[in-house]
Design a binder for this molecule. Structure first.
Ligand code: NOJ
Length: 732
C-alpha cells in the first residue's frame, strides 16, 4: 500500500511531458491577446487552399492521403491511436510550408488504454470528482499517445432508453447532467486533450428513440433540458463542439445558424471551433436542404460549422464557392481563425511531439487503474436484494457463475477506439473465488455463446451446474450490436436467448443473483418478480468484473444510483421523474385520471435509486432561512444516519417544487446532492445549498424567469423522497 502511494506521488511529480502534454485550456489576458495577433499574422500568409485545409478533417484508413498534410491541405486527423503513426503525421504537418500542427482527434469516450465504466455507468456513481478523474486519466493516456482532441463528452439529454446512445450520456436529469458535463470537460482538458462537447443540439430526443431521427423540441424545453449541460461544459472551458446529425424543429443541426451562430457564438460567446459530425455536411442533401455537395458545404459554413469531419466537401467545394462569391472570404477566415485559435491555445505550436518509445509505459498505470477500480465499484447499482441475499454469506458452499459476459476475452465495448496498451480484465468467476471464503467453491458455465447472447452454449450444462450449486450468479445483458450508436431497440428485454436462460435458471429453484452489464436501462419487470437480487452495471471497463466481485462478496458496499428511470414496459417510455403535473393526476386509479389502464405510472426503479448493504435514515431536515431572497441561497441541513452494520455511502438528494407559478412547474426537480461516506451507526449532518437564481425556468421565447413564491423541498436517497420542508422565495 505504502509502495503504491509512493509510486502515485512519484508519478504526479514527474514533468508533464513525460505523461503527455499537461493540462490544456483557454489562456486569458495578455497571452490570449498575443495569440490573436499570431492568428492574424498567420492568416495573412495563408493561401485559399491552406485556409480550407485547416477545415478539413480526415481519418486513418482507406483513402487517407498523407500528402494533403504535407501540402497544407489537411489541418486535422482522427482515429490514429498508434504513437509512431501519430508522430509521423504530425511530422508531416511540421514539414508543410506554414508548419501548422495537426489537431488529432479520437473518440476517447470512456478510456484510452485503461477503460472506465461507460459514461452512463460513471454517472451512476453520483461522484463528480471520480468522474472528473476518469476523464483526466482518459485524456492523459490519449495525450501520452500524441492525441490532443477527444470527441467527448457527449452531453445529449435523453429520456428514451430505446436510443442506443444513452450509454454515452449522464442520464435524464439536466442539473445532474450539467454537473457531469463540467466534470468530464475539466478532466479531459486537465489530462491534455481538448474536449469536443457534443452533439449540438437535441440529438437525444429523436422521435421514437430512433438514432439520427428528427427532433421536435419547444424553445422552453430546449433551454431548460437540452442546453444546460452544453452551457456547463463551455463554462468549464470546453474548447470545441460537435454539431448533431439530426434536424431540430425542421432545421438540420449542421446548418442551424440560430443554434451555431446566434446562440453559441452570439449569446454564449463561444470562441472555439465547431466540427460537423461524420459526413453530416454531405447529409444535408439527404435532409433535403441542399441540391448538391457544394450547396451543402456553403450552407454548413455559413451556419457556423468550421470543420468538415470525413465529408471531404469543404476540401472539394469551398474554393469554388469562395471564388464564385457565394461564400465571403470573411466567413471563411472566421472559421479558420477559430480552428487556429484552438491550436494556439492548446500550445500545439510549442509542444514537443509524442515520443513513441515513451508511450507504452504510460498506459494502464497503477494510478489509472486505481481510479478505474473505484469508478467501477461506485458505479454498481443494487436494484433488488430480497432477504439480504447479498453480500454472499460464508454459509454458501457453492456458487455457479453463468453467462459468457462473466468471462470476456476483452473488455472493449462499443465506443472503444482500439486504444493502446494492455487490457487486464479479471474474469468474474476468478475474481469472486479470490474474495469468497476458501470453503466456497465457484464454478462457471457460459450458458450463452459469445455472439451477444443470441445463441445458447451448452444450455443444459449451465442449468445442471446451477441446480448443483447453492447460489446462481447470472451475468447477462447487452453488448456487441445491441448498444451504442445505431443500436436503437423497440424491445428492451435481454437480447437473444438470455431471458430463456434466466427463466431456466430460476426454474432450478436456486436463488438467482442477476448481474447486468448493459448500455441502457432494460425492462426488468420479470426479473424483479423472480430473481433474488439484481445488480446493475453499465460495462465497468478494465476493472469492471473485479468491482462486481467486490460488491457480491461484500468487500465493497454498493453506492451507485440510477441515472435514468427504469421503465416497467416499453409502452411507458418516456418515463422520467421531473414531469409536469396534470389536471387529472393519478389518485385512486380510475378511468379519467392520467394513467394507463394496464400499467402503473411509476417506473420500476426511479431516478436516483439504489440500495446499499447499510440502511440510511433522515431526520431534522431544516431550511436555514424560510424566506430566501431572489439573489440569495437556499440552505438546507439534514441529519443522515447509517443505521446498518456496515460503513456505506449515501447519495443525499434535494429536490424542489414550486406548486404555483405562472406556468406549470415539474412535480419536483433535483437541485443539489452530495455523496457522503457514513460509518456504521453514525450520523452526519449534510448541508446542501441552492442559489435562488437556479430555481427558475425559460418561457416560450427562451427568456429566463425566477418567480417569487412558495416552494416545497424533498430530501432523501432517491427521486421518491418525501416532502421535508418548505421555503418562500421573496423579492430581494
Ligand atoms: C459519429 C458519432 O456521432 C460521433 O459522436 C463520433 O464522435 C464520430 N462518429 C467520430 O467517430
Amino acid at each position: 500500500m505504502i509502495l503504491r502511494l509512493v509510486a502515485v506521488l512519484f508519478a504526479m511529480c514527474l514533468p508533464a511531458f513525460a505523461f503527455g502534454q499537461g493540462a490544456v485550456g483557454w489562456k486569458t489576458g495578455r497571452e490570449a491577446a498575443a495569440i490573436e495577433r499570431r492568428i492574424q499574422a498567420l492568416l495573412g500568409r495563408m493561401t485559399l487552399a491552406e485556409k480550407i485545409g485547416q477545415l478539413h478533417l480526415s481519418g486513418r484508413g482507406d483513402g487517407f492521403d498523407e500528402s494533403q498534410i504535407r501540402s497544407g491541405r489537411m489541418g486535422a486527423v482522427m482515429n490514429f491511436v498508434v504513437p509512431a503513426e501519430i508522430a509521423a503525421v504530425q511530422k508531416a504537418a511540421r514539414e508543410s510550408r506554414l508548419k501548422i500542427p495537426l489537431i488529432i482527434g479520437l473518440d476517447a469516450v470512456h478510456g484510452f488504454s485503461t477503460y472506465f465504466p461507460l459514461p452512463l455507468g460513471q454517472a451512476a456513481t453520483f461522484n463528480p470528482k471520480l468522474i472528473e478523474e476518469a476523464a483526466y486519466w482518459t485524456g492523459r493516456e490519449a495525450s501520452a499517445a500524441g492525441i490532443n482532441w477527444t470527441f467527448a463528452p457527449m452531453v445529449d439529454m435523453s429520456r428514451d432508453p430505446r436510443w442506443g446512445r444513452v450509454l454515452e450520456g449522464a442520464g435524464e436529469d439536466p442539473f445532474y447532467a450539467s454537473v457531469v458535463a463540467a466534470a468530464r470537460t475539466r478532466g479531459y482538458q486537465r489530462g491534455g486533450v481538448a474536449a469536443s462537447v457534443k452533439h449540438f443540439v437535441g440529438y437525444g430526443a429523436g422521435e421514437g428513440g430512433r438514432d439520427y431521427n428528427s427532433t421536435w423540441i419547444p424553445t422552453s424545453q430546449l433551454h431548460d433540458l437540452h442546453l444546460p449541460p452544453f452551457k456547463a461544459a463551455f463554462e468549464a472551458g470546453a474548447m470545441t463542439a460537435m454539431a448533431a446529425f439530426n434536424a431540430l424543429n425542421g432545421m438540420p443541426a449542421t446548418a442551424n445558424k440560430a443554434m451555431l451562430t446566434d446562440l453559441l457564438r452570439g449569446q454564449w460567446r463561444f470562441k472555439g471551433f465547431v466540427t460537423s459530425d461524420f459526413g453530416s455536411i454531405t447529409e444535408l442533401r439527404l435532409h433535403g436542404i441542399a441540391r448538391d455537395d457544394a450547396e451543402a458545404a456553403r450552407k454548413a459554413l455559413l451556419a457556423g460549422i468550421d470543420m468538415d469531419m470525413m465529408g471531404h466537401v469543404y476540401h472539394k467545394h469551398l474554393a469554388g464557392e469562395v471564388k464564385a462569391g457565394r461564400v465571403p472570404m470573411q466567413a471563411l477566415d472566421a472559421a479558420v481563425r477559430r480552428v487556429l485559435r484552438v491550436k494556439f491555445h492548446l500550445g500545439l505550436f510549442e509542444r514537443p511531439d509524442v515520443d513513441p518509445a515513451a508511450a507504452p509505459a504510460l498506459m494502464q498505470t497503477q494510478a489509472a487503474r486505481d481510479v478505474a477500480l473505484r469508478a467501477a465499484q461506485e458505479s454498481v447499482i443494487l436494484l433488488k436484494n430480497a432477504a439480504e441475499i447479498l453480500p454472499i454469506k460464508p454459509s454458501v458452499g457453492s456458487v455457479a457463475v453463468i453467462g459468457a459476459m462473466a468471462r470476456p476475452e476483452d473488455e472493449r465495448v462499443w465506443t472503444d477506439p482500439a486504444g493502446l496498451g494492455r487490457r487486464i480484465v479479471q474474469p468474474l468467476p476468478e475474481a469472486l473465488q479470490e474474495r469468497l471464503p476458501a470453503g466456497t467453491r465457484v464454478s462457471y458455465a457460459a450458458g450463452v455463446g459469445k455472439a451477444c447472447g443470441t445463441e445458447f452454449a451448452d444450455r443444459q450444462g449451465a442449468i445442471d451446474l446451477a441446480a448443483r450449486s447453492d447460489l446462481v450468479v447470472a451475468m447477462l445483458g447487452e453488448d456487441c450490436e445491441f448498444m451504442g450508436e445505431g443500436a436503437s431497440r423497440t424491445d428492451l428485454g435481454l437480447p437473444g436467448v438470455q431471458q430463456a436462460l434466466l427463466e431456466a435458471l430460476v426454474a432450478t429453484g436456486k436463488p438467482v443473483v442477476l448481474v447486468l452489464a448493459t448500455g441502457r436501462p432494460l425492462v426488468l419487470s420479470w426479473a424483479d418478480r423472480h430473481v433474488a437480487a439484481i445488480v446493475q452495471t453499465f460495462h465497468g471497463g478494465t476493472e469492471g468484473r473485479t468491482a462486481i466481485a467486490d460488491v457480491l462478496a461484500g468487500k465493497v458496499n454498493p453506492s451507485g444510483r440510477t441515472p435514468m428511470s427504469f421503465p416497467r414496459s416499453v409502452g411507458q417510455i418516456p418515463v422520467y421523474y421531473d414531469h409536469l403535473p396534470t389536471g387529472r393526476p393519478q389518485q385512486i386509479r380510475q378511468r379519467y385520471e392520467s394513467i394507463y389502464m394496464d400499467e402503473k405510472n411509476e417506473p420500476l426503479y426511479p431516478f436516483g435509486f439504489g440500495l446499499s448493504y447499510s440502511r440510511f435514515s433522515y431526520g431534522n431536515a431544516r431550511v436555514e432561512r424560510v424566506q430566501v431572497p431572489l439573489d440569495g441561497t437556499l440552505e438546507v441541513t439534514v441529519d443522515v444516519t447509517n443505521a446498518g452494520e456496515r460503513d456505506g455511502q449515501e447519495v443525499v438528494q434535494l429536490y424542489v417544487r414550486q406548486p404555483v407559478a405562472s406556468r406549470s412547474r415539474p412535480v419536483r426537480a433535483l437541485k443539489a446532492f452530495e455523496k457522503v461516506q457514513i460509518p456504521a451507526g453514525e450520523t452526519r449532518k449534510v448541508r446542501l445549498r441552492v442559489p435562488a437564481r437556479e430555481l427558475g425556468y425559460h418561457d416560450d421565447a427562451g427568456h429566463y424567469h425566477v418567480e417569487p413564491g412558495a416552494f416545497e423541498v424533498y430530501l432523501g436517497g432517491s427521486s421518491s423522497a418525501s416532502v421535508a420542508a418548505s421555503f418562500t422565495l421573496i423579492k430581494s
